[in-house]
Design a protein around this ligand. Structure first.
Ligand SMILES: Cc1cc2nc3c(=O)[nH]c(=O)nc-3n(C[C@H](O)[C@H](O)[C@H](O)COP(=O)(O)OP(=O)(O)OC[C@H]3O[C@@H](n4cnc5c(N)ncnc54)[C@H](O)[C@@H]3O)c2cc1C
Length: 376
């Protein structure tokens, strides 16, 4: 039976980074992916993912994003292509909203420079925006977006160059502890390894039932709309944004690589799903939610829908990630429950997963993500 130092289940955003870091450390690694690499059936497709220091989620994400930026730039250098498009980022909402207050706090705690802009100032500086008076914004110049499909491919190519083996279209059926290591069974064969790394995204709970109650997949919808004034929705004139409104949390991106102003509503219709049975069609109601928002806050971007697609979040109860070693199986580590904000960190999560496989611990502060926090 073929044997490895580590097997990584799921080669999406996180798994591609994990195999890269393990292979770079000289480990004999196998990555197993049930679909193609990249694919549009999980959580990492759609041409852009926001990266920003305005981390209203919690100030302790800031050191992680700092390291993530460094690693993305290293990957850009080795791949010889752009992976981050810098547009600036706007984090907005009423002054007492968690988006505005939290983004400002994260920057203050970590000495990240930013500007506070009124709605009038935002609308003047970025004329694609039409924020109402009650909205305040934290503008941070280093924000922008990653090209997720390219990030995954570049991690995989670099991992292969460092000796990793990667199998596409090979689904893991199950795994068992095998002495100090694991045995992994797929539709095509069986493998053994000293360490198992589970980065299976929305399917993580099927591979690691220990986290099943706390990593719940949810259907999302993304739309690309035809702007009436395309020049106002280009990366040089349109920063990425997230805004807290009474109707929910919305986010958006300038037109890039595919036509249209891209936007979505976080948690969309709050539909929990089985990733193997999710409704992947987009319906009139889905489009209407996005269009109503665009018409109010970005009226010059609310033209015809060019593309609409589905995607999945995997939510934890507190929307912080789940990262750690399984208590009963210390040879197995899991990274899951990224709750709709994980991609920007994928490069550093890869480093963390390599640390956990190699040493059982990491120098990065991952205390917010402990597996046992939901089972005191
Ligand atoms: C609409 C949307 C917008 C988002 N916007 C942002 C954003 O702007 N910024 C940001 O930072 N984050 C964002 N996120 C979140 C981010 O994209 C995710 O947190 C991240 O992509 C998760 O990566 P992953 O590796 O866990 O999952 P995936 O990339 O989906 O990878 C998991 C892989 O595991 C494979 N797999 C599963 N089971 C098996 C098995 N049994 N055998 C073999 N392979 C298996 C799957 O096929 C899949 O390819 C967004 C997410 C969505 C859905």
């Amino acid at each position: 039976m073929p044997s490895y130092d580590a097997i990584v289940i799921g080669v999406g955003g996180m798994g591609s980074a994990a195999i890269y870091h393990l292979a770079k450390r000289g480990w004999k690694v196998l990555g197993l992916e049930q679909y193609s690499i990249p694919n549009d059936l999980g959580s990492s497709h759609g041409h852009s993912r926001m990266i920003r220091y305005t981390l209203q989620e919690h100030p302790s994400y800031v050191p992680l994003v700092r390291r993530a930026y460094e690693l993305w730039h290293e990957l850009e250098d080795s791949a010889g292509e752009t992976l981050i498009v810098t547009t600036g980022s706007v984090r907005a909402g009423p002054p007492d909203s968690p988006f505005f207050k939290g983004a400002k706090e994260a920057c203050d705690v970590h000495g990240i420079p930013y500007e506070i802009l009124t709605a009038t100032e935002v609308n003047k500086r970025f004329p694609g925006y039409r924020f109402p008076d009650e909205i305040s914004s934290v503008y941070q110049a280093d924000g922008g977006f990653l090209l997720p499909e390219r990030c995954i491919l570049d991690h995989v190519w670099a991992a292969k160059e460092a000796g990793a083996e990667v199998h596409e279209h090979e689904a893991v059926l199950d795994w068992q502890p095998d002495g100090e290591g694991v045995r992994v069974n797929t539709g095509q064969g069986a493998y053994t390894a000293g360490r198992l790394v589970v980065t299976a995204g929305a399917w993580a709970a099927k591979i690691a039932p220990q986290i099943a109650r706390h990593a719940l997949p949810e259907r999302q919808v993304l739309g690309w709309f035809q702007p009436e004034r395309p020049e106002l929705f280009r990366p040089e004139s349109f920063p990425v944004f997230g805004i807290w409104t009474e109707q929910g949390r919305y986010y958006g991106f300038p037109s890039y690589s595919v036509p249209g102003f891209k936007l979505g509503r976080a948690h969309h219709l709050r539909q929990q799903v089985d990733p193997d049975k999710m409704d992947r069609e987009v319906h009139a109601e889905d489009e209407e939610i996005l269009r109503q928002f665009a018409s109010r806050y970005f009226p010059l971007g609310a033209g015809q829908a060019l593309t609409l697609t589905t995607c999945m979040y995997t939510n934890t109860p507190d929307e912080h990630f789940i990262i750690g070693v399984l208590p009963d199986n210390p040879q197995v580590s899991v990274a899951a429950g990224f709750s709709g904000h994980g991609f920007k960190f994928a490069s550093v999560i890869g480093e963390i997963m390599a640390d956990l496989a190699q040493h059982g611990e990491t120098r990065h502060d991952i205390s917010l993500f402990r597996l046992d926090r939901f089972n005191p």
